[in-house]
Design a protein around this ligand. Structure first.
Ligand code: HEM
Length: 501
């Protein structure tokens, strides 16, 4: 039990500890944040009073586990600033959730360059083998709320902050290599179709499947998301893809397009829909727990970084637009070059401060790494800090986990300096959309079991959509492969007959 003096002393210590904790929680300094002291004080403050003291303390003004009242049962005084502060602290203790990628988990460690990339980029941390920089990583579920089960069909986010001598380089990746659309202006529409109905807040298959009906360019993503790669139980076993192409520029000013790929050293693994649904009931946080427990047991979680590089001139001869994020680059034509290895060794000690407040931004680049003209990436360049101003406040860059020494807007890397670009201003689609070729290649690469699962995964959702939406989606599938469309139709009949979806 605290008397007044003890309490105010404790409160002061607590405030000090919190400030200290924040300062020490710049994830990049890799020190273990000494947070225990702060928690201990919190625990002491919240600990129930020993029973023998309760009656005696009831009559005292110093008992901060009770509101200030007139008499024992009397009304609570508005002047009770202790009560007011306590409740305000509680109400304002959380930040707003992310608009996308809401549910997530964090881990920290380091990235070591294994192969010099000097030939391709002047980025300081990629010049010499064995250079090492601290990293912060957040894994997430793209379309989620805080209660979304980890295993359900979804895109997983895989964001890494490299804390380099030249500033933060944020590499935001997804676990699937292609995206739904090729122009950022369509994002609000597709996110709204993936979200619960505004009428009743329930998931509505018609909304989701109307997305695949409306956007033919999403057909390639459909092949990836509705294969068993869309269901995952361990983040230690996912790949990561930048999806968008960026630009690397070397010291001589030569520009190359680059796509990033993470490979889990423990191997890539996924599960099927049935297993995903079973695990969603058993442990909705299974992927986060698996990550945390592995690191807590001292088992490092590792990924290898590789890149594909392309001469921008190739865009003139390729059958598709290499800056279209609904497309992959052929790995035989653009081989994966090893760059380095990331090792995650440390769990967060305070998720709210160290992970939730991380403000990843595809515009956090370092000299030698720039944007390409990919229309989705260009749309992303300013919306992340806008979202973070709203979510974390206008001072989000000064939150310890986001703070870079001597940062000012002039530290941002502006892409494309020196390029000469001209043309008529317009709103137009790309000349070579080619929405189905890669989807067909993907489908043809599947084994018999993978083809069967894809058809049944699509059918179990599509069967719930309206007839016209089903008709259009089946038409897109027909363009991919008549055999796939037929398999989905058969599965849908089966679902309707058995009343199972
Ligand atoms: C125009 C298209 C897109 C828009 C408008 C958009 C917007 C956003 C926004 C607003 C957030 C939340 C930011 C925050 O509050 O901190 C977010 C998070 C994220 N986005 Fe995007 N996004 C787009 C496309 C993509 C693509 C193509 C990728 C693929 C790599 C991607 C990967 C991520 C990841 C991994 C996160 C989670 C970051 C974290 O863990 O904090 N996004 N996005």
């Amino acid at each position: 039990m605290y008397n007044n003096n003890e309490w105010s002393q404790s409160a002061k210590e607590n405030t000090r500890s919190t400030a200290g904790r924040q300062n020490e929680q710049n994830n990049c300094n890799q020190s273990r944040a000494p947070v225990q002291g702060a928690y201990k004080n919190n625990k002491q403050m919240n600990a129930p009073a020993p029973r023998s003291n309760v009656m005696r303390e009831k009559t005292r003004n110093s008992d901060i586990s009770h509101s200030q009242t007139v008499g024992v049962q009397g009304p609570v005084l508005v002047q009770d600033t202790v009560l007011h502060e306590t409740l305000e602290d509680f109400v304002f203790s959380t930040t707003l959730p992310r608009r996308l990628h809401t549910k997530g988990y964090g881990a920290f460690g380091y990235f070591r360059t294994t192969h010099s990339m000097r030939q391709y980029t002047k980025a300081g941390f990629l010049q010499t083998p064995n250079q090492q920089v601290p990293v912060s990583v957040r894994f997430s579920l793209a379309s989620s709320n805080l209660g979304t089960p980890d295993t359900l069909r979804n895109v997983r986010g895989f964001s890494t902050r490299f804390c380099t001598d030249e500033g933060f380089f944020d590499l935001l990746c997804n676990h699937l290599p292609v995206f739904f659309i090729r122009d950022a202006i369509n994002i609000p529409d597709i996110i709204s179709r993936m979200s619960p109905s505004p009428v009743n807040n329930l998931n509505d298959p018609e909304r989701l499947w109307s997305l695949f009906a409306k956007y033919p360019e999403a057909t390639n993503m459909l092949m990836w998301l509705y294969s068993d790669l869309g269901t995952v139980k361990s983040l230690r076993h996912i790949k990561g893809y930048s999806v968008n192409a960026y630009v690397w520029r070397n010291a001589q000013g030569v520009r190359r397009y680059v796509k990033y790929h993470w490979f889990p050293v423990a191997g890539a693994r996924h599960i099927d829909q049935e297993e995903a649904e079973r695990l969603a009931c058993k442990d909705p946080d299974i992927a986060g727990r698996d990550l945390y427990d592995s690191i807590a047991k001292g088992r490092a979680v590792e990924y290898e970084l590789r890149v594909q590089l392309m001469n921008p001139e190739d865009a003139k001869t390729l059958p598709f637009d290499p800056l279209d994020p609904t497309k992959l680059w052929d790995e035989t034509q653009y081989p994966l070059l090893p760059v380095g290895r990331m090792v995650l060794t440390r769990n967060p000690e305070n998720y709210a401060e160290q992970v939730d407040k991380l403000a990843f931004n595809p515009a956090n680049l370092v000299p030698g790494i720039e944007f390409s003209d990919d229309k989705v990436l260009q749309g992303r360049t300013f919306i992340y800090p806008d979202a973070q101003r709203h979510r974390l406040g206008p001072d989000f860059r000064n939150i310890p986990v986001n703070k870079q020494p001597n940062w000012s807007p002039s530290c941002m890397v502006s892409s494309g300096n020196g390029r000469c670009v001209s043309g008529e201003i317009m709103r137009a689609g790309i000349p070579n959309p080619d929405d189905y070729t890669q989807a067909t290649q993907r489908y043809e690469s599947f084994s018999a079991v993978e083809k069967k699962n894809l058809a049944s995964n699509i059918a179990s959702g599509l069967v719930e959509a309206q007839h016209n939406t089903q008709r259009i989606v089946l038409w897109h599938l027909e363009q991919v492969s008549p055999a796939l469309a037929e398999a989905v139709r058969n599965q849908m009949r089966l679902c309707s007959n058995t009343g199972r979806s």
